[in-house]
Design a protein around this ligand. Structure first.
Ligand SMILES: [Zn+2]
Length: 341
């Protein structure tokens, strides 16, 4: 581990349930003597960029209590100064559990620790560090010059955000309102108002004229639905929260049939499909957000991955028709090598 990310993912299996944590062997004693020195353990693969050995970590806070660096000691503990907070917590010692604490304490610690993060941490994208990492060698007593972790190769890829079906009818008050839809609209607008880092930002719209059995007077909410997003109606319009967003292109789908995936959509002004457009812009990485998690976001993300894009679903920027189904959908995405965060 070369740094502590925020909001990044840890994959411990391909969609299989795990016990929720991993062990990492970082050093081992060179003999059975309890006082024997610890030797670093590191992979020898050529591309392994991390530094082997036992680490200690502190969070360095500024005068306002906001995190400005993670200070990591390799082999020796860094000396705290000012308001530095030690990050490592012992949970087991000599086989005895010493780190047991009530859930309420863990929750309070989590909120306090989250409150230390700079606002940029809440807008960062995968692979970007929110806080600089300062590495200290065992011999060093003072921090070296702060260094940003190695640049992520993905950062030079062209990245697109696909905003799926954030339309009036899919938000509260709409004919097929999804709980949380309006909040998604506001959050996406906020993301796009800032320095979001996307090279391409597009939207999709459900855009029905006569979609057959997709509409029903007695909908089952699985394959049939109350009439919604009828072309030309207010319900089909993107939510007002997104009025200030200049989408590079908008893809309409479902004119005469059900169409859950945005990749079934077409930008009629440019006469291109979503895949054609993204490939034309040399997009390599696609992030997907919008409504609804378990239907159109699900299908759009699966099609993005199947179309060859490195795909991530921004789960916090989605809203589900059936929240209980989201775990299953996430497992399906991960099976398709889609990141979920
Ligand atoms: Zn529809």
């Amino acid at each position: 581990m070369n740094g502590y990310g925020v909001g990044t993912t840890l994959v411990t299996g391909s969609g299989a349930p795990t016990c929720g944590f991993v062990y990492k062997l970082v050093s081992r004693a060179d003999s059975d003597d309890p006082g024997a020195p610890l030797l670093p353990v590191a992979k020898k693969s050529a591309n392994k960029g991390s530094i082997g050995g036992r680490k200690s970590a502190m969070r360095r806070l500024d005068a306002n209590g906001i995190a400005e660096a993670e200070v990591i000691g390799v082999g020796a503990e860094p000396q705290p100064d000012r308001d530095d907070r030690i990050l490592l917590k012992h949970l087991v010692r000599d086989g005895e559990i010493i780190g047991r604490e009530p859930l309420s304490v863990a929750r309070a610690r989590h909120f306090a620790s989250r409150a230390e993060l700079p606002s940029a941490a809440f807008k960062m994208s995968k692979g970007y560090p929110a806080i600089v990492t300062v590495m200290l060698d065992a011999e060093e007593t003072r921090p070296s010059t702060p260094t940003h972790p190695r640049s992520d190769p993905r950062s030079i890829m062209t990245r697109a955000l696909v905003v799926v079906d954030v339309q009036n009818d899919f938000c509260e008050g709409g004919s097929l309102g999804v709980s949380g839809g309006t909040a998604v609209a506001a959050s996406v607008a906020e993301l796009l108002a800032g320095d979001h880092g996307y090279d391409v930002v597009v939207a999709t719209r459900d855009h029905h004229i006569d979609p057959g059995a997709h509409f029903s007077a007695t909908p089952d909410y699985v394959d049939s639905w109350p009439p919604h997003c009828v072309a030309g109606t207010l319900g089909a319009a993107l939510r007002g929260e997104l009025a200030g967003v200049e989408f590079d292109a908008v893809f309409d789908k479902g004119e005469y049939d059900a169409a859950y995936s945005g990749f079934e959509g077409r930008d009629h002004a440019r006469n291109v499909t979503l895949a054609e457009y993204l490939h034309g812009r040399e997009v390599a990485q696609v992030d997907v957000c919008g409504i609804a998690t378990d239907h159109c976001v699900r299908a759009t993300a699966l099609d993005a991955a199947a179309s060859g894009f490195a795909t991530t679903v921004l789960l916090g920027l989605t809203a589900a028709v059936a929240p209980a189904s989201v775990d299953k959908v996430c497992a399906e995405w991960r099976e398709a090598r889609i990141d979920v965060r």
